[in-house]
Write a protein that binds this ligand. Structure first.
Ligand SMILES: Nc1nc2c(c(=O)[nH]1)N[C@H]1C(S)=C(S)[C@@H](COP(=O)(O)OP(=O)(O)OC[C@H]3O[C@@H](n4cnc5c(N)ncnc54)[C@H](O)[C@@H]3O)O[C@H]1N2
Ligand code: MOO
Length: 393
C-alpha cells in the first residue's frame, strides 16, 4: 500500500489546469484569481487629510492663524496659500498645496476666523498620495478572495476579474440500504448522510457540486449514474470501495476505462480510497464509512479541488501538545478525531477514546484530526504532535 503523501501527490496530479472565467467583482467572494488585477489608479490619489481640523504650515505654529477657506472630501480648496493662514479641512479632503500638516480640531481654539493651536504634536495627519498602492501594482492572492480583497480590488478600480471556473463535481452515493433524509427507512435501511457532507466539503473548497440520485448495488445502476456525471470535472463516489460482494465501484469504473492512480493506501480511516481518471474527469472513490469519507474528502478531495482552481492544496498540519499518553500506532497513518483546548502558547490536543469510523456524533464533537504516522511508537502527554484543524478557529 502506498503512503498518504504518495497518494496525495498522485491525486493532485489528476488536476487539469484551471479554466479562466471573467466575472464581476461583486460575485468574486471565495473565487480564485488566475490572472493578476492591475491597479488603474494610485491610492490615495492625492495627499489626504486623516482628521477633521485645520490644514496649516508647521512654520506658523502655534498661531494665531486666519482661516481663509474650506476643503471637504470631494470638494478641494482651490485658493492661493499664504503664510499665517489655515484651511478648515475634513477627513478625506485633499490637503491644499502649500500646507504641510493637519491639526485635529480638538486641540484648536477658534475665535471667529482666528485659530491658535495648543500643542500640535508629531503627527502630520496627512495620508501621502500613493501610500496604499500605486497605479500598475498587481494583486493576485494565492487563496480564495476574502471580503476585504473585494474592497481592495474596487479601490483599484477593477470591476471585472479573471478567476478559475468553479470545478463541477458529481457526488455519487450508492448502496441498497440508503434512503434520503426525511424518508421512512424500511428494516435494514439507513439514511444517506455522506453525500450531503461531501457536497458541502466540495462547495467549501470552491467547487459546484451536483448530488446524483442514489445508486443501487447493481452494475447497471452505477453505470447509469456515471453517465449522468458526464461533463463534470470530478466524480466522487461514496461507498462500494471495499472487498465485499456488493462493492462494485472498482469493477464498474474499470469497465468504463478508468486509468487508476492507486487503490488502497496506508491510512486509517480511509484505507480503500481509489483515485484515477475516467475520460475527461478525475475520479475519487471514497470509502462508505461516514467518517472515512469525510476524512478522505478533507485530505484528498478538497486539495484536488483547490489545485483545479490553481490554488495551493493546503492546509499544512499545525502543532499541538498531547493531553494524554497514547499507545503505539499500527502500520497505517492514523487521523484521530480529537479535541483542542487552550494551552501554554500552543494548544493541547486529546483524541476521543472511540475512533470508530462510522461515528458521526464523535466527528461532530471533534475540532481536529490528530495525525499519527504509521508505526509511531507510544507517546507521552506533553509531547508535540501534528494535527489538521477541522474548522476555522
Ligand atoms: N473484509 C473487509 N471488509 C472491510 C474492509 C476490508 O479491508 N476487508 N475495509 C473496511 C473499511 S476500512 C471500510 S472504510 C469499509 C468501506 O467499505 P465500502 O467503501 O465498500 O463502503 P460500503 O460497504 O458501501 O459501506 C460501508 C458503511 O458505510 C455506510 N454507508 C455507505 N454509504 C453511505 C452513505 N452515503 N451515507 C451513510 N452511510 C453510508 C454503509 O451503510 C456501511 O455501513 O469497509 C470495511 N470492510
Ligand atoms: O476506512 Mo475504514 O474506516 O479504515 O474503517
Amino acid at each position: 500500500m502506498i503512503s498518504v503523501e504518495e497518494a496525495r501527490a498522485r491525486v493532485l496530479a489528476l488536476a487539469r489546469p484551471p479554466e479562466p472565467e471573467q466575472i464581476a467583482l461583486e460575485h468574486a467572494l471565495g473565487r480564485a484569481m488566475i490572472a493578476p488585477a492591475v491597479a488603474r489608479l494610485t491610492q490615495p490619489p492625492f495627499d489626504a487629510a486623516a482628521m477633521d481640523g485645520y490644514a496649516l504650515r508647521s512654520a506658523d505654529l502655534p498661531g494665531p492663524l486666519s482661516v481663509i477657506g474650506t476643503a471637504a472630501a470631494g470638494q478641494p480648496w482651490q485658493g492661493k496659500p499664504a503664510p499665517g493662514t489655515a484651511i478648515r479641512i475634513f477627513t478625506g479632503a485633499p490637503v491644499p498645496a502649500g500646507y504641510d500638516r493637519v491639526v485635529m480640531q480638538e486641540i484648536v481654539t477658534r475665535d471667529e476666523d482666528q485659530i491658535t493651536v495648543a500643542d500640535a504634536g508629531q503627527n502630520l495627519n496627512i495620508r501621502a498620495r500613493g501610500n496604499d498602492f500605486a497605479e500598475g501594482h498587481e494583486f493576485q492572492p494565492a487563496r480564495p478572495l476574502r471580503p476585504a480583497d473585494l474592497a481592495l480590488l474596487a479601490a483599484m478600480n477593477v470591476p471585472r476579474l479573471t478567476v478559475a471556473r468553479r470545478p463541477r463535481i458529481a457526488v455519487l452515493a450508492g448502496g441498497d440500504e440508503l434512503v434520503r433524509p426525511g424518508s421512512d427507512p424500511a428494516p435494514g435501511q439507513i439514511i444517506s448522510s455522506n453525500d450531503i457532507a461531501i457536497a458541502a466539503l466540495a462547495r467549501e473548497a470552491g467547487a459546484e457540486p451536483i448530488v446524483l440520485p442514489l445508486a443501487r448495488d447493481t452494475e447497471e445502476s452505477l453505470r447509469d449514474r456515471f453517465a449522468e456525471a458526464e461533463g463534470c470535472d470530478l466524480i466522487v463516489t461514496i461507498g462500494g470501495a471495499s472487498v465485499g460482494d456488493h462493492d462494485l465501484i472498482a469493477k464498474v469504473a474499470a469497465d468504463l476505462g478508468m486509468e487508476r492512480a492507486f487503490y488502497k493506501l496506508a491510512m486509517r480511516p480511509g484505507k480503500p480510497l481509489m483515485a484515477g481518471r475516467i475520460a475527461n474527469a478525475a475520479m475519487l472513490g471514497l470509502p462508505g464509512n461516514p467518517v472515512s469519507a469525510v476524512v478522505c474528502a478533507k485530505l484528498f478531495m478538497q486539495p484536488l479541488i483547490r489545485a483545479m482552481q490553481g490554488l495551493p492544496p493546503g492546509p499544512e498540519p499545525l502543532q499541538a501538545v498531547l493531553g494524554r499518553d497514547l499507545p503505539p500506532e499500527g502500520n497505517r497513518q492514523h487521523y484521530l478525531r480529537a479535541r483542542l483546548s487552550a494551552g501554554d502558547g500552543i494548544p493541547v490536543i486529546e483524541p476521543f477514546a472511540d475512533q470508530d469510523s462510522a461515528r458521526l456524533w464523535v466527528l461532530a464533537q471533534a475540532d481536529a484530526l490528530l495525525i499519527r504516522p504509521a508505526d509511531d511508537p507510544a507517546r507521552k502527554a506533553g509531547e508535540r504532535v501534528n494535527y489538521l484543524p477541522l474548522q476555522q478557529r
